[in-house]
Design a protein around this ligand. Structure first.
Ligand code: SF4
Ligand code: SF4
Length: 427
């Protein structure tokens, strides 16, 4: 495998959205009549699962899949389970989808409240894995990859998004509490907060050591942030966790702080909604809210072939149904008019080299793409730096032939992961 150095980074050309003034409160989307929540486990109707259609659930209640599984989701509303089914997400990943018809009167479950006096890693991983910002606690229990540093990212990874910057501006006390809880439950004292320069003063009150990140895309992606903050280069095929560093967003840390401070599990996601005119609004919506409710709240008319994208313009993915719900990591929803959609063309790669010039980690994208198009993923990984890619999406953005290079790369990595998991299981 070629191991590309980060030295000689191409000069980035695109600036992140900066939040200079204290923002207005996000526009609140009303609680919908129905929410859909995903449990990260394929649904199998033969499993004896702990949930049934007709079950009453409360806001903040833990909905577990089965007794032999640690997969769960927290109900974000009070209501009645109306369906349990299989849902296939990006790249064929399977989930269990739980739909809940919402009651008018909201009741909060207090199981979590009884555990807040003495915060532990077990409590956090048993109740807070799906809170806004989507924190991952499993990384602290892997003996082969001990974590010694937590970087709290107050920079938003994609363009046009301001969720994490908003949380720094508006919820610094919750972040401070979250940092204290994280130190206690993980035993890790080395917690840094990384923010754009304009938020340095705000970030001081977080209780974490402040570092700044550049304003140019894609400097807020974890691999590049590692290099800026600690000078560590993540080798190809390795992750930041392999080097003992993990990332939490400021929204995730604020959610942890609020949960242990108030005794209730946060269920409302902050995200940027971008309409067909490019107008951006920060909104808050219950996790599980169908995107159609947000589109309706902004009086956006959807026409045939308009596109809805979950995530930012560089790394987001189109979704095919207006029922698709807001999730714990949905930082942006973009509605694109069909006339502005950059359609994928059928032109082949013309070897113009634009993708190589823009790639921040010097992947030979023009060659890589040929192997990915042919489905030769192992060769792509072995000889053409597939695993050096940090998934910034810039190659797709500049490709004159409009090749979906970034999505080819994601698909290839997903397929190779799937194969290695299957091989490990069989072994
Ligand atoms: S997405 Fe494309 S430009 Fe970005 S790191 Fe990967 S190969 Fe390079
Ligand atoms: S930018 Fe597109 S067309 Fe140009 S070399 Fe890269 S993949 Fe080929």
């Amino acid at each position: 495998m070629i191991k590309r150095s980060f030295i000689g980074l191409a000069k980035p050309l695109i600036e992140y959205q900066a939040m200079d003034v204290t923002p207005l409160e996000p526009q609140e989307i009303s609680i919908p009549k129905k929410v859909t929540l995903f449990i990260d486990r394929p649904y199998n109707h033969r499993d004896s699962i702990l949930l049934n259609i007709g079950d009453q659930v409360k806001t903040g209640q833990k909905l577990s899949y089965s007794e032999d599984s640690d997969a769960y989701v927290i109900s974000t509303v009070t209501g009645t389970i109306s369906s349990i089914s299989s849902f296939i997400g990006d790249y064929g990943k399977a989930y269990t989808a739980i739909s809940i018809d919402v009651d008018e009167n909201e009741e909060t479950d207090d199981q979590f409240k009884e555990l807040i006096e003495d915060p532990t890693l077990d409590t956090a991983s048993n109740y807070l894995s799906g809170v806004p910002g989507n924190p991952c606690f499993k990384i602290f229990s892997d003996p082969e990859r001990p974590i010694n540093t937590i970087i709290v990212s107050g920079a938003d990874c994609d363009l046009l998004i301001t969720t994490n910057q908003y949380v720094v501006k508006a919820h610094i006390n919750a972040i401070n509490n979250g940092v204290r809880v994280l130190k206690k439950i993980t035993g890790i004292d080395n917690i840094l907060i990384a923010v754009p320069e304009n938020l340095m003063q705000d970030a001081v009150a977080s209780g974490a050591e402040v570092r700044t990140v550049d304003s140019e895309y894609p400097s807020a992606l974890p691999h590049l942030m590692m290099q800026t903050i600690s000078g560590q280069v993540v080798p190809a095929g390795k992750s930041c966790e392999d080097l003992g560093v993990c990332f939490f967003s400021t929204e995730a840390v604020a959610s942890i702080g609020k949960a242990f401070n108030e005794g209730s599990i946060p269920v409302t996601k902050t995200l940027t909604f971008i309409d067909k005119n490019g107008e951006k609004t920060l909104v808050s919506a219950r996790i599980g809210t169908p995107v159609s409710e947000i589109i309706k709240a902004f009086n956006v008319t959807l026409n045939e072939q308009d596109r809805i994208i979950f995530g930012g313009p560089m790394t987001g993915s189109s979704i095919y149904s207006e029922d698709y719900p807001v999730q714990a990591d949905t930082d942006a929803i973009i509605v694109q008019d069909k006339d502005h959609v950059a359609l994928v063309s059928e032109y082949p790669c013309i070897n113009c080299g634009e993708c190589i010039r823009i790639c921040p980690v010097n992947v030979p994208v023009n060659i890589l793409v040929r192997f990915l198009e042919a489905g030769q993923y192992e060769e792509a990984a072995e000889h053409y730096d597939l695993y050096s890619c940090i998934e910034c999406g810039l190659c797709s953005f500049v490709c004159v032939s409009k090749m979906p290079v970034f999505h080819y790369i994601k698909l290839a990595k997903y397929e190779l992961d799937r194969i290695s998991i299957a091989e490990a299981t069989n072994a």
